[in-house]
Structure formats: C-alpha cells, structure tokens
Write a protein that binds this ligand. Structure first.
Ligand code: ASP
Ligand code: MG
Length: 408
C-alpha cells in the first residue's frame, strides 16, 4: 500500500515525540508499505515566528511572512529524517520546492495547483520514507507560498490525491472527529465515520480538527481520509463519501469565536449597494459569511455581514475609505460575537431539526443576531459570551432527542 500520514505540530513538539513518531512510521514501512509523511511545524513554532515578525514589522509583507513561516515545517522534516536515520531507517526530507508543489500566486493563502510526483516516486523506489513539508508550496514566480493556518492537512490530502495513495491518515492530538468540542461539552462523542459534506460544513464552521480545504480536496479526488490520535493509535474517524446516518439527528455542533460582525447603516435603498460593499471586500481578499439586509425604511437600508476576526481592520478601513460612495451613514462593528452551527445530512429528511435547535437556544436564554442555513447546516450568530453554554445546551437537546427517537 501507499500510505500518506500527516502529523500535526503537537505530535512532533519535542525530541521524545519526534522519536515516537519515527518509530511508528518505520513500523508502517516494515509492514510492507510505502510511506509519505507530511509534517507541521513543531508545537507553537508558527505562532512564535509570527510574534517575531510582529516585533520587527507589524506590517510585514505577505511574501516575507511566507518565507519566514515555511521554515517551521522545514525544521520538522529534517529533524524527523535525523530521527529515522538514528533508528537505522531510510528517510529523506523534501521541501515544497524540491517536490514541486505548485500553487497559485497569493501569498499566505495559496491553493495547490499541481504536485510533481517524479522526485517522490524516485525516493520511494530507493526505499526511503519521504518526509514532506506541510503548509507550503511554490508559485509561478518561484517564491515560497503558504496555504493558510492549518494548511498541512491540505498538503497531505493533495499529495495523497496526486500519488493515488490508498489512504491519507491525519494524526493529531485528538482521537477523531467529535459531535462537539469535548473540552466544552462533557458528553461529546467520537464519530466512527462522517461524510465529506458534513465534515466540510463542520470544518468551515470552526471545528478545528481538519483544515477546510483538505476536506474539499479529499471529496473532489475521493481520498480516503482518517483522523486519528498519534498517542493512542485508536481507529479514529473515517471521512468518506456516504456514511450511515442513524446515530444522531445531527452529526455535530461547532463553534467559531474568530468572527466579527460589520453593519453598514443607513445606505440609500437602491440597486448596486450590496454589490459595491461586497466588491470592496473581495478586492481586499476578505471572505464574507452570513449576510443580512434589513428591509428599507425611509428610503434607507442596513446591510450586516460577518467576516473572519483577523480581517476586521482591513475590512473596516476599506469601508470607511468608501463611506461616501456607499452613501452609508454609519459603519458599526462588533468583535464580541461567535457562530454556532449544527451540521447533519439527516437534517434534510427530519423536519423537526430547526425547531429543536431554536428551542435549545430559547431554553438557554440566548439571543440570536443572525441566522443562515444550508441543506445540511444551520448557523446562528450570537454573543461570544454565550457560546459555550449554547453549544452544551444544543448538544444536550439533540442527544436527548436522538435517544427518544430510538425508543419510538
Ligand atoms: N504550521 C502551520 C500552522 O501552524 C500549518 C499547520 O500546522 O498545518 O498553521
Ligand atoms: Mg491542524
């Protein structure tokens, strides 16, 4: 078999952990497999590199940030190669340039375009474990790019797709995908399996276990994806095309605290205003999530929307600079908001799901500011102060409802 494994930063944080992973990898190889391993930067390396950059220049260019951040992953693969050599095994470390991982131009949020397989194939042929830097690529200018925070998952899945690997295993510090964040919700349960679509919604709604784009790529190329613990080596959660749906009415609850709300108030109620606002956001590379337009009053309207918290400053500046052209009276924002989502393919066929969700919100006295839905997801925007309690209440409500449903 050809196996792609990815280990997150916490799994390779120090020498002892590096050796533990090195031994695991060699065992997989000894069992007769070819092994490609994608690594993240050790522990909090990426965060501390960002802090270092901020000390020197808070407005560092994205190109130089990528140049800096990509070094974290390069350290990991070289150290892992040394550990495997020390154990008597054969391994080679490769960065994105050596492999030929081509990406789009955009620094700090590039997308993988193509992966060349010759070098990797040759190294596997020689009996090496191939250790590849996660999170990075090379753009058409020949510069290093990065794929966005958490992007090593996407590197691993893309490699698995490009090399037609039999499985892509993501090793992390949790033992799989849970129905809710187990640190917040005591009786959150681990899922044995979940569909690509559900995982995609969970990942994009703040469940941090997988990088969102890794799931997109896995779905597109039908990569068998497994999330499991590097410590327990328990079976984990399988992410695949279709999964059996009898467990809960929903498959998970996710919270995302890293959001902000912007309200553009008192705009002339005429065609083209929404286009102008969102065109401005697109121009700044800011992704917009939930959008709410109030009905016109006195020929004026309000448009509110949510964005990632990191983009708030850029977005506000763009709107303020264009306030007059937008005919806006005021641009307001709120940082203290969070999104709570429920996700489940069962939603489409179980009519009571939305009612249960809103009942749980009502029971816990939480006020809802915005709502958005898809076929398999409902998201609400609430105050960040309420998020943990609301997540627990919603999880509890659905667990009870599922138990009762089984009794019927
Ligand atoms: N090291 C990068 C980060 O911390 C990429 C990753 O871990 O996947 O975001
Ligand atoms: Mg991660």
């Amino acid at each position: 078999m050809l196996v792609v494994r990815k280990y997150g930063g916490s799994s390779v944080a120090d020498a002892e952990k590096v050796f533990r992973v090195a031994k695991q990898i060699l065992e997989v190889q000894k069992a007769g497999n070819q092994v490609i391993v994608v690594l993240s930067a050790q522990g909090k390396t990426t965060d501390s590199l960002i802090a270092k950059a901020k000390e020197i220049n808070p407005n560092a260019s994205r190109r130089e940030m990528d140049m800096l951040l990509s070094t974290g992953e390069q350290q990991s693969v070289a150290l892992m190669a040394m550990a495997i050599h020390a154990l008597g095994g054969k391994a080679v470390s490769l960065n994105a340039m050596q492999v030929g991982i081509e990406t789009t131009k955009t620094y700090s949020n590039a997308r993988i375009r193509t992966i060349h397989r010759e070098r990797i194939d040759n190294e596997l042929e020689r009996g090496n474990v191939v250790l590849v830097t996660g999170f990075q690529g090379v753009n058409m200018l020949g510069d290093i790019t990065t794929l966005g925070r958490g992007g090593s998952d996407t590197s691993a899945v893309a490699l698995a797709a490009a090399l037609h690997a039999d499985v892509c295993e993501i090793f992390t510090d949790v033992d799989g995908v849970y129905t809710a964040d187990p640190r917040v919700v005591k009786d959150a349960r681990k899922l044995d399996e979940i569909s690509y679509d559900e995982m995609l919604e969970l990942a994009s709604q703040g469940a941090k276990v997988l990088h969102c784009r890794s799931v997109e790529v896995a779905k597109k190329y039908n990569v068998k994806l497994v999330v499991r613990s590097s410590i327990t080596e328990a079976p984990g959660t399988v992410v695949k095309e279709d999964s059996k749906m009898e467990r809960m009415l929903i498959s998970g609850v996710a919270a995302d605290k890293k959001v902000s709300r912007i309200s553009v108030l008192g705009i002339q109620d005429e065609p083209g205003k929404a286009f102008e606002i969102f065109n401005l956001m697109a121009g700044e590379n800011v992704s917009v999530d939930i959008i709410l337009q109030s009905t016109g009053h006195d020929g004026l309207q309000d448009i509110s929307f949510t964005i990632g918290a990191d983009d708030l400053d850029i977005a506000l500046k763009a709107l303020e600079d264009n306030k007059e052209r937008l005919t806006a009276q005021e641009i307001a924002h709120d940082d203290n908001v969070a999104k709570l989502s429920i996700v489940g393919a069962g939603m489409a066929t179980n009519p009571g799901v939305a009612a249960l969700f809103f009942e749980a919100m009502y029971d816990s006295g939480v006020n809802i500011q915005m709502i958005s839905t898809s076929e398999i997801k409902i998201t609400v925007l609430i105050s960040e102060n309420d998020i943990d309690a609301a997540m627990a209440a919603v999880h509890d409500k659905f667990q009870t409802a599922t138990v009762n449903m089984r009794k019927d």
